[in-house]
Write a protein that binds this ligand. Structure first.
Ligand code: MSP
Length: 526
């Protein structure tokens, strides 16, 4: 009986088109990429979405500062992100830009839906506005010297008409949803944070800015003098790419639309399986977004993964401090896979982590000394002792360890604990190095009576390397493809196939080290 492939929809935040890609952006994107590759490898049909957030005051001001039109800045920066992601082996399926005509139409249809359903009203608003945070603060929230409490930037007193979404009306439903779905926000610390936030009554959400003050946005369909608040505009990107809202079909599309066998809105990718975000935009994704969706009568995303911050040493990365780590410069020096490995392996999903050249080197050495060493000794022994051909012999010397590693790897990936999944793979490589030491193939090679045992040792090592290539493909696509090629396997097999595919008789190639020693310039630099 055949069933249709599992469908998996993964998203990253859309990054502001006002700044250059840095390792923080790269991290979220690597995580999403590793999950996307993992699911594709298992045969799922995947939509992996990333893109750029191109409206709002931040963009408008950056464009003015550079003396270019906002659209020109966005075109340029969208290109920078696309180049960066291509250079870093990101396998996104769709790169969305919020200035696309399709997205603009979906945003208008979405806010119109909210309006039609009676969840939007207009009111005079007066408060302290921070351009930097693009939001209002109450008097009580302000920092010392009338500054915004987040970035410490100046605020201005503003009184204006705003359109509001009745967010407060959905607070109870949201709390119930979080209580009923303990895994909805991962990790638990972030879930607790959101629950804590929801202890206080929610205020309604301002969803517009007067066009006279901010022209760079999507006009509201029911009041063309106001543009959509950039956070709402940005969140809707996930719907635009999913195909859930077809502006031309509105308003026929009201209420709960039909859901297919996968629980998706018919003919679309919605709801997302995982929204990957940093902890900085947790409230936006775990409170604003779901209440907006409830208001529009749409299903909620299945999970939210909120990871921690990369800091440098113990300092926040920031343009003004000049300590931003450029992922492309690092890639030039160490290759995309080593950078992916470091970031994915180092940060426990959910906690903060510190970028330091020392930790980078430690993680790199783990790769070189454990996995690289296992590959190079196995390949060179097959070349030396068996003319480069994988012997036809029992290859189950590490079968149990391999199947345990695969099981744990699956469990960790499904639980979004990517760093742990990679740890299980590396443990298998370590065990395999122990197997080499215990079997002493060099002694077996000296004793003709041990020929069959040597065949088994080499066949088992080739087998474990194929399993490792399959386990580590989502993290290090190019190095693992190379490893599979050296083992004479055309493509990296799936995790189901890796323990079984025929290896006997394959011709191997030793090649240069998979993870060469890094030169001094890397050791010193960050
Ligand atoms: N445009 C909004 C998101 C809208 S999504 C509907 C935005 N953009 S951003 O360019 O500031 O990117 C923020 C995201 O980048 C964070 O949520 C996080 O995923 C990633 N990171 C940016 N700096 C980071 C670190 N220093 N460390 C880890 N990730 C961080 O917010």
């Amino acid at each position: 009986m055949s069933s249709s492939p599992r469908r998996v929809y993964l998203t990253t935040p859309i990054y502001y088109a006002s700044g250059e890609p840095h390792i923080g952006h790269a991290y979220t994107t690597f995580l999403a990429d590793a999950l996307a590759r993992y699911h594709r490898q298992a045969g799922a049909s995947v939509l992996f979405l990333t893109g750029t957030d191109e409206h709002g005051q931040k963009i408008q001001e950056e464009a003015t500062r550079r003396g270019v039109a906002p659209q020109e800045l966005c075109d340029q920066m969208a290109g920078r992100f696309q180049e960066a992601w291509q250079g870093l082996e990101i396998s996104y399926d769709r790169f969305i830009r919020t200035t696309e005509a399709e997205h603009k139409a979906v945003v208008r249809a979405f806010v119109q839906r909210l309006h039609d359903r009676g969840h939007i009203y207009a009111a005079e608003y007066e408060g302290w506005y921070s351009v930097h945070e693009e939001r209002f603060f109450t008097e009580k929230e302000l920092g010392p010297g009338q500054t915004d409490p987040i970035a410490g930037r100046p605020v201005e007193r503003i009184r204006e008409k705003n359109w509001f979404f009745r967010m407060s009306a959905f607070q109870e439903d949201l709390v119930r949803h979080i209580e009923d779905h303990p895994e909805w926000i991962f990790p638990e610390t972030r879930r607790n944070e959101v629950m804590g936030f929801l202890q206080k009554p929610l205020e309604d959400l301002s969803i517009s800015r007067p066009r006279a003050r901010l022209a760079w946005g999507i006009p509201l369909p029911f009041d063309e003098d106001h543009v959509t608040y950039v956070r709402v505009d940005a969140l809707v990107n996930y719907l635009t790419a999913s195909g859930a809202i077809r502006p031309e079909a509105e308003p026929a599309h009201q209420g709960f639309d039909t859901v297919d066998a996968d629980g998706n809105l018919a003919g679309s990718w919605w709801p997302a399986d995982v929204h990957l975000i940093g902890k900085d935009i947790l409230t936006t994704h775990a409170v604003y977004w779901p209440t907006l969706l409830l208001g529009a009568g749409l299903p909620l995303p299945r999970r939210i993964l909120s990871h921690g911050w990369w800091v440098v040493g113990d300092t926040k990365m920031s343009k003004s401090l000049g300590n931003v780590v450029d992922p492309l410069a690092l890639k030039e020096r160490v290759g995309a896979d080593a950078l992916r490995w470091y970031l994915l392996r180092e940060m426990p999903t959910g906690s903060d982590a510190s970028y330091t050249p020392e930790r980078f080197l430690t993680r790199y050495e783990e790769l070189a000394n454990v996995l690289g060493n296992l590959a190079s000794r196995t390949l060179s022994m097959i070349v030396r002792y068996r003319d480069g051909v994988i012997p036809a012999a029992s290859d189950d010397g590490l079968a149990e360890e391999s199947s345990l590693a695969i099981r744990r790897f699956h469990e960790a990936m499904e639980a979004l604990r990517v760093n742990e999944a990679l740890g299980h793979a590396m443990d298998l490589a370590r065990t395999a190095n122990g197997y080499v030491e215990a079997r002493e193939p060099w002694s077996q090679a000296r004793d003709p009576a041990q020929a069959a045992h040597l065949d088994e040792t080499l066949a088992s090592l080739a087998r474990v390397l194929v399993v490792l290539a399959a386990l580590l493909l989502p993290a290090m696509p190019s190095r693992m493809t190379e490893l599979a090629a050296r083992l004479g396997v055309g493509e990296v097999p799936t995790l189901d196939e890796a323990p079984r595919i025929l290896l006997a008789g394959a011709g191997v190639a030793k090649g240069l080290p998979l993870f060469p020693r890094l030169d001094e310039s890397v050791e010193g630099g960050n």
